[in-house]
Design a binder for this molecule. Structure first.
Ligand code: GLU
Length: 316
């Protein structure tokens, strides 16, 4: 029977060498896609930035490129707001939002009317607005308490919102306003629309480096327990379920394609970030602001596809 070559054995995985090898392969590719400009402040980001950071469950770190530069994590924060709301609301949460892939763009309105104001999943904008509404119901000071939770999970007290980006998104937030108004008309938003939207725009504005992001998401590779502090962030079952939703819904109408090419649960954001989880092995964050037509980082997906191909390791 064939045995695994040492470079492919999980114990001997030389991620640094693999990162360099992937970079050699893709560095001369023509730049693909555009930065998101519907949020004016995001349109000012240098499109050619590129960073990667992988944190293993054993605390090893591997990085490449602009991995220490902060960027706007945008929709990636929806995983953290879901984790917090799931802990507070328990299974009742699924009465207000589904767990099915939407097959539609992140800001789509079309399904919502057919579905009587119940979003297909918590990672579409509509779903994340419902999650934001749930947190506003539970928390006396949503912004303060949510960022405290994020700091706890990330083990980093410096993580913060970016008011400039939140205000910039608010100035152009017409589609999110349409989504939340439609859901309010169906009774699936309980709080004042402006309060929920303000909280939502702020949570999307959180900034992290690739290193901070991969460290923050490590708890989803370790069945809900923060490997450093041993603190339980989520139960094993809730961590499994959030990974499952990332697998099915983390990349909007490109979730199938991402599973097909990469084979890991993950979540993207329109700031060009991607986080992906290999349960029991690692959490990896990538940042490349040029987005493809589906709103996901082109180079980030390519890099991850090559990573799971070269390491011959994905969850499938
Ligand atoms: N704040 C963004 C929006 O609501 C998040 C979208 C994303 O990152 O996919 O449009």
């Amino acid at each position: 029977m064939a045995t695994l070559a040492p470079a492919f054995s999980p114990k001997h995985m030389d991620y640094q060498r693999i990162f360099e090898e992937i970079n050699e392969e893709i560095k001369n590719d023509a730049p693909c896609g555009e930065v998101a400009s519907y949020i004016p402040e995001l349109g000012r980001v240098d499109p050619n930035k590129f960073g990667v950071h992988l944190t293993t469950v054993n605390g090893e770190h591997y990085s490449f490129g602009d991995s220490d530069e902060k960027f706007s994590i945008q929709s990636i924060a929806k995983v953290l707001s879901l984790a917090m709301a799931y802990n507070m609301e328990g299974e009742a949460l699924w009465e207000r939002v589904g767990v099915e892939p939407s097959g539609t763009p992140f800001n789509s309105l079309v399904q919502l009317e057919y579905d009587m104001g119940i979003p297909r999943n918590p990672f579409s904008n509509a779903g994340a607005l419902v999650i934001a509404d749930i947190l506003v119901s539970h928390l006396a000071n949503p912004k303060e308490e949510f960022i405290r939770f994020v700091r706890e999970v990330s083990g980093n007290n410096e993580i913060d919102y970016c008011t400039r980006i939140a205000e910039s998104e608010k100035s152009m937030g017409y589609r999110n306003a349409a989504l939340i108004n439609l859901m309010k008309s169906f009774g699936n938003i309980k709080n004042d629309i402006d309060v929920v939207m303000d909280f939502y725009f702020n949570l999307c504005s959180i900034e992290m480096t690739c290193k901070e992001l991969s460290r923050t998401f490590l708890f989803l590779a370790t069945y809900g327990i923060c490997p450093e502090t041993k603190q339980t962030i989520l139960s094993v079952s809730k961590a499994k379920r959030i990974n499952a939703i990332m697998q099915l819904c983390g990349f909007y109408d490109e979730a199938g394609e991402f599973s097909f090419k990469v084979g890991l649960p993950g979540k993207s954001g329109v700031g060009g970030g991607i986080v992906a989880i290999y349960p029991n092995k690692y959490s990896i964050a990538l940042w490349s602001p040029r987005l493809n037509k589906k709103g996901n980082s082109s180079k980030g997906i390519k890099f991850l596809e090559l990573l799971t191909t070269k390491t011959q390791a994905s969850i499938f």
